[in-house]
Design a protein. Structure first.
Length: 309
C-alpha cells in the first residue's frame, strides 16, 4: 500500500483564522491517523497579496497547535514564488497540445482580487482570434493566457462530499492559467505542485470543490496522476458569512490570547464531529481516533459566544 501524503497549502495573505485552522487540522489528522507524510507548501503566487511575514507566522501558529509537517515550510523550493520554471514547463506542454490561447479581455484583471473566485469566463471571445489579430492586440496590451476546455462533463467522488460532476465548458469555461502580469494562476500551480510533491490526498475547504474538475482535467492534459480529494465544510459567522482573514476576532492572534492549544483543538474537534464536547485535547490524541465518517459535510456556523471575545 502506498503511504498517504497530504499537504497544507496556505496562502500567506493574512493571519490564519479559525476556518483555515479547521481545514489544516483535518488535513493533519487524516494523514497522521494513516501514518502518512505531510508537506507544507507556501502558496505565495500573488506578489501583491502575499507577504513572507504571514508565512513565518502561520508556521509558528501551526507549531503552537502541535500540527507538524515533514517537508517544506521554510524550504525555499516549497514556496510557489520560487517554482515558476515548473509552471512554465507545464504551460509549454499545454501550448504544444494547442490548448492555450492569449486572452485580451480586461475582466482578467479581476484575478487580482481573489485568485480562485473570479476566473470563470464561459465563452471567451479571444478563443477564435486569428494570428494577425493576436499580433495586433499584443502590440497594445499584454495578454493573459487561457486553456481551452473540452465539451465534457468531468466527474469524481469526493472523499467527504461524495459524487460531484461538472460540465466544464458550460459551468466553467476556458480558464486562465497565467495572468497578464506574468503571475501563474492557482489552478495550474496547484496541479503541478501536488503532482511534483507526490501528494496523494488533498484535504481543503469546500469552496474549492468546484475548482476540482478543472484541476482533474489539467492532471489529465499534463499526463499526471491526480490525488484523492476531501472537501471539508467552511466555518460561517452567525450571520451566514464565511469567516475571512479580515475577521480579526477569530484570527490566530486573538484565539491564542483566549485559548490554550488544547482548548482550541477541543473546540475544533467538536465541530469536526470527533468529540461530543469541546473538552481540551491534543492533536496527537485526536489522531488516535480520527474518523472521516464523523466529519460533517455541511458548513458549520460558529457559535456567537466564540465570536464575542
Ligand atoms: N492556497 C489556497 C488557499 O489558501 C488553498 C489551495 C488548495 O488547498 O488547493 O485558499
Amino acid at each position: 500500500m502506498t503511504t498517504v501524503k497530504g499537504r497544507f497549502a496556505p496562502s500567506p495573505s493574512g493571519r490564519m483564522h479559525l476556518g483555515n485552522l479547521f481545514s489544516a487540522l483535518l488535513a493533519w489528522l487524516s494523514v497522521r491517523s494513516a501514518g502518512g507524510r505531510l508537506v507544507l507548501r507556501v502558496e505565495d503566487l500573488d506578489p501583491i497579496r502575499c507577504q513572507p511575514a504571514y508565512a513565518w507566522q502561520l508556521m509558528e501558529d501551526l507549531e503552537w497547535l502541535g500540527l507538524d509537517w515533514d517537508e517544506g515550510g521554510e524550504t525555499a523550493s516549497f514556496w510557489q514564488s520560487n517554482r515558476g520554471n515548473l509552471y512554465a514547463a507545464a504551460f509549454e506542454q499545454l501550448r504544444e497540445q494547442g490548448l492555450v490561447y492569449p486572452c485580451f479581455c480586461t475582466r482578467i484583471q479581476r484575478l487580482n482580487e481573489a485568485p480562485h473566485v473570479h476566473e470563470v469566463s464561459p465563452a471567451c471571445p479571444c478563443a477564435g482570434l486569428t494570428g494577425e489579430e493576436v499580433a495586433r492586440r499584443s502590440a497594445l496590451r499584454t495578454p493573459s493566457w487561457r486553456v481551452r476546455v473540452p465539451l465534457e462533463t468531468l466527474s469524481f467522488t469526493d472523499g467527504l462530499q461524495g459524487p460531484y460532476r461538472q460540465d466544464l465548458a458550460r459551468e466553467c469555461g476556458d480558464f486562465p492559467i497565467r495572468r497578464s502580469d506574468g503571475a501563474w494562476a492557482y489552478q495550474l500551480a496547484v496541479v503541478v505542485d501536488d503532482a511534483a510533491m507526490g501528494v496523494t490526498q488533498v484535504v481543503r475547504g469546500r469552496d474549492l470543490l468546484s475548482s476540482t474538475p478543472r484541476q482533474l482535467w489539467l492532471y489529465r492534459a499534463l499526463g499526471l496522476t491526480a490525488p484523492e480529494f476531501y472537501h471539508v465544510p467552511l466555518l460561517l459567522a452567525p450571520d451566514g458569512r464565511r469567516l475571512a482573514k479580515r475577521d480579526a476576532d477569530l484570527d490566530m492572534g486573538a484565539l491564542r490570547r483566549r485559548f490554550s492549544p488544547e482548548e482550541l483543538l477541543g473546540l475544533l474537534a467538536q465541530m469536526a464531529g470527533q468529540q461530543d464536547s469541546a473538552a481540551p485535547v491534543t492533536a496527537a490524541r485526536l489522531a488516535e481516533t480520527f474518523d472521516w465518517s464523523k466529519v460533517p459535510r455541511e458548513d458549520i456556523t460558529v457559535g456567537a459566544s466564540l465570536l464575542r471575545s
